[in-house]
Write a protein that binds this ligand. Structure first.
Ligand code: FEO
Ligand code: CA
Ligand code: CA
Ligand code: CA
Length: 529
């Protein structure tokens, strides 16, 4: 149905124009509070009794009302789980772009600094007369890093891979009905290679232990685990909902050109009166499916001898085997470790880089951001809307439509994270890669921004710009408090293109000559009528 002329924006919003200013710009009437920036002390100690700091490149944010475990919905005090996706070595470890050009090996100290900069943080925040601030002297703040003590794996692949050291590449995620965070390990192959952790053999990664979904309890009652039943790939996100019969469903994207969309459906049903430890076990036993959009069906990724023969006979398996001669898929554990191979072999549709998925709060349909696919000339990406048959997330069949096509006419390019507000407006952040911002096909869009897209009414599908970020950054992790009056947001990788500490491309948020710092901000509403 697109493109078409835009209808009027929502009455409460005066959209801003695209901008290349090194600032976080918001519409008239809105302001933000700075909650925390990279390297700020958390007030907590790590297992070696060293002070813990907020990590680098904050991404996904989930808000947990401080009284959530007692059934409360406090929107003025809560915990935040924040992902830290990847380090910028120039800032984190002092390994410069020139060092990389010179092919200089990374030192143990440099890699140790980078290991502590990724994973995630728990923060305690409160809204007072000065806006949102951190609560100090709280028992909750703590870090999970790539150096965290071994984390148990659960589910079918745990028999082969019982534990993993820490977590890394934590991109987007989700929140469970029992108030834990799901933290998704995305670009784990970059660590041994691009980040050169394999320069120090003792710190090189066994990659099979990453690329999973980690579950973290911000309240600290349950230990972190990685759920292998949810598959292993470049996990972008984990959007959680329930079926009409109360089973737990997780929609998940795999962010790479021509990879797939997945959903997990638990075997058991969720009983809100059960303990949190029991409820989390729903993520250990269930069915993982991959999406076949051409035929509107969810393909179960369940190992049987027949399925094993189909996989082994497929071109996908042959190609993967050529790259990895030790590849075997002879049981469910191996299938999950090589989820992509099984999904492709069984007919999953190659897609244009699935980023975030979100479930519409009013009608249950699933919105999936496909950010772009340069292999096929899809420069601007699009958003797909999936409607499960019978409006039941357990359904094995579905229909879909293109909800929004990115591009100059639409006003946004390369949709990435999504969030719904209580009125059903879709909030979309964009991720044009930093080296392409403001040039060529991406010139009209300015810096990466945040957009509001109504899903009903005359302006359904029209994008209105709400924020523009500082130079080189991507806005990530949008998350509303329960009352919809605060939007937490990550400003990730400002100044990412800096070639040295003397040639910084951004000084946000401190200005002057300051180093740029990834930062969590709280935007205060009212967002809506
Ligand atoms: Fe880390 Fe696909 O975004
Ligand atoms: Ca993303
Ligand atoms: Ca989201
Ligand atoms: Ca992205």
């Amino acid at each position: 149905p697109l493109p078409r002329g835009k209808a009027a924006p929502p009455r409460w919003l005066e959209p801003i124009a695209p901008s290349c200013e090194d600032a976080l710009l918001l519409p008239k009437g809105f302001s933000f509070d700075r909650v925390i920036s990279w390297n700020d002390p958390l007030g907590s100690l790590d297992p070696d009794n060293l002070p813990e700091h907020f990590g680098f490149n904050n991404d996904f944010i989930a808000y947990f009302p401080i009284d959530a475990l007692e059934g409360g919905v406090n929107s003025n005090e809560g915990l935040l789980w924040v992902n830290h996706e990847y380090p910028n070595p120039l800032f984190v470890s002092g390994y410069t772009p020139d060092d990389l050009k010179a092919n200089k090996p990374k030192t143990l100290t440099q890699i140790e600094a980078e290991r502590r900069s990724v994973g995630g943080s728990v923060l305690h925040v409160r809204r007072g007369p000065q806006g949102w601030q951190r609560v100090f002297n709280s028992p909750y703040p703590r870090r999970i890093t790539a150096a965290y003590p071994p984390i148990a794996l659960t589910g079918p692949a745990a028999s082969l891979l019982p534990t993993a050291i820490g977590s890394l590449a934590n991109c987007s995620g989700g929140r469970t009905p029992w108030y834990t965070a799901l933290s998704c390990e995305e670009n784990y192959p970059d660590y041994n290679t691009e980040f050169r952790w394999s320069d120090q053999p003792t710190l090189a990664l066994d990659e099979t232990r990453y690329g999973w979904v980690m579950e973290v309890d911000p309240f600290g009652q349950l230990p972190p685990v990685k759920h292998t039943a949810l598959g292993r790939f470049k996990h972008e996100n984990a959007a959680v909902t329930r079926t009409t019969s109360g089973r737990v469903v997780v929609y998940m994207g795999d962010d790479e050109n021509d990879q797939h969309l997945y959903k997990y459906v638990s075997n058991g049903t969720d009983h809100p009166n059960a303990s949190r430890a029991e409820r989390r076990r729903l993520l250990e036993d269930g069915t993982l499916y991959a999406a076949d959009l051409a035929n509107g069906r969810w393909i179960p990724l369940v190992y049987t001898e027949k399925v094993g023969r189909l996989i082994e006979a497929s071109p996908a398996f042959a190609a993967a085997k050529a790259a990895n001669p030790s590849l075997r898929i002879t049981n469910q554990a191996e299938l999950l470790i090589h989820t992509r191979v099984a999904a492709r072999a069984l007919g999953a549709t190659p897609l244009d880089r699935c980023e975030d998925c979100e479930v519409h709060p009013l009608d249950g349909s699933v919105y999936v951001a496909m950010t772009n696919n340069t292999k096929h000339g899809n420069l601007y990406g699009h958003i797909v809307r999936i409607v499960e048959d019978g409006d039941d997330a357990a359904s094995e069949t579905f229909r879909y439509e293109i909800f929004l096509a990115g591009g100059p006419q639409c006003g946004l390019a390369c949709p990435d994270n999504l969030a719904f507000d209580r009125h059903g407006n879709l909030w979309v952040v964009c991720d044009m890669s930093s080296d392409k911002i403001g040039a060529g096909a991406y010139r009209p869009f300015g810096n990466n921004g945040l957009f509001v897209v109504p899903t009903t009414g005359p302006s359904a599908g029209d994008a209105f710009q709400f924020a523009s970020g500082p130079n080189d950054c991507e806005l990530t992790g949008p998350w509303f408090t329960e009352d919809g009056q605060t939007l937490f947001l990550s400003v990730q990788h400002p100044g990412e293109l800096s070639s040295s500490l003397d040639e910084l491309t951004s000084h946000w948020p401190d200005g002057g000559d300051a180093l740029p710092k990834p930062t969590v901000v709280a935007l205060r509403g009212p967002f809506g009528p």
